[in-house]
Design a protein around this ligand. Structure first.
Ligand code: TYM
Length: 329
């Protein structure tokens, strides 16, 4: 059976981008693969969360994973820092990751721009830690959104380089994965770019219906089509991209026809979109609140995952140490 690994940083609540870019695939993959899904708390330290915020965010993502339908009996669900072997592998892998390639990574350049007073070494070596997360379980497939494509490219590069360096076929070379084929990017409601936790444009699974509806009704639009079948501007395409993931084909067709014949009223489109998003998020939101209140269950899940993830990770690190020449006397 093939192995799947993916993770999410605990930097806030899950939004629709996280759900449709990543979690939706996790749910289907856990039925078919040997899955490891984790909470990337080491990775979130690059932005210096307070200790309290970090802990609350980890609990939140854990509850959200479970509320979305991740099943600890089917998948190994764990917290990255519960598996110190990942940190060791990251150290070992960093010895053949080069400064130039790390500095050229788009996510490093973006972050360095976003937080100029905190360009820490963790930001630079982020792709090495991420590669270690993945190859430590010998993953075949990694379900992620489009924004992670370059990090996956780096993972493949580091794993291949290790194999060449030690003349071994040791690490599997993992593939980014989405059931819908191409990796996806869910847009925000601000007219351009992707939905993100830090972009201030997110629709969160925990959003209550009223504020959620307000967010959607405030989405950027344009002044409307003036000629039949005119091409859509980016803000309008974005609304349809969101509809694609939450609305029925009939609804989408109805509004596309209205657009094509210039009869569309963006207010109606947004109202329908908000309604469909609320229909989708409501049962998940309710489950999140229930699960978060069940401390004993959360502890049990974390313990189960920790043991399985540690066993798999420690096996790899033991083998890597031997390949490198770190041998017991
Ligand atoms: P993170 O925490 O930023 O996002 C988690 C997952 O959500 C996807 N995603 C999106 N997909 C589509 N549209 C969007 N607007 C959108 N926003 C976020 C991301 O692509 C990701 O799949 N570096 C990773 C965490 C990580 C990881 C790993 C992932 C650490 N180690 C190993 C996979 C394997 C990150 O920051 O994701």
């Amino acid at each position: 059976m093939q192995t799947v690994v993916s993770g999410i940083r605990p930097t806030g609540n899950l939004h629709l981008g996280n759900y449709f870019g990543a979690v939706k695939n996790f749910l289907r993959m856990q039925e078919e693969y040997n899955c490891y899904f984790f909470i990337a708390d080491y990775h979130s330290l690059t932005t210096h969360p307070t200790p309290e915020n970090l802990h609350n965010s980890v609990r939140q993502i854990l509850a959200e994973y479970l509320a979305c339908g991740l099943d600890p009996e089917k998948s190994t669900i764990y917290i990255q820092s519960d598996v110190p072997a990942i940190a060791e592998l990251s150290l070992l892998m960093s010895m053949n990751a080069y400064l130039g390639e790390l500095e050229r990574t788009t996510s490093f350049k973006d972050k360095a721009r976003q937080q100029p007073n905190n360009v820490n070494a963790g930001l630079l070596t982020y792709p090495v830690l991420m590669a270690s997360d993945i190859i430590i379980h010998q993953a075949d497939k990694v379900p992620v959104g489009k924004d992670q494509e370059q990090n996956l490219e780096m993972t493949r590069k580091f794993a291949t380089r290790f194999n060449h360096m030690y003349n071994q076929d040791y690490f599997k070379i993992p593939q980014p994965f989405n059931y819908g084929e191409a990796l996806i990017k869910i847009p925000g409601l601000d007219g351009s770019g992707k939905m993100g936790k830090s972009e201030g444009n997110g629709i969160f699974l925990v959003d209550e219906p009223k504020p959620l509806q307000k967010k959607v009704m405030r989405a950027v639009t344009d002044s409307g089509p003036t000629e039949p079948n005119s091409p859509m501007t980016e803000p309008i395409q974005n609304l349809f991209t969101l509809m694609d993931v939450v609305s029925t084909p009939d609804t989408i067709e109805y509004f596309k026809d209205k657009y094509a014949t210039c009869e569309i009223r963006y207010g109606d489109l947004k109202k329908q979109l908000a309604e469909d998003i609320i229909k989708f998020t409501t049962p998940i939101r309710e489950r999140i609140n229930d699960i978060k209140a069940n401390e004993a269950y959360l502890s049990k899940v974390v313990k189960m995952g920790r043991e399985k993830a540690q066993a798999s990770a420690e096996k790899t690190v033991k083998e890597v140490r031997e390949i490198i020449g770190i041998k017991r006397f």
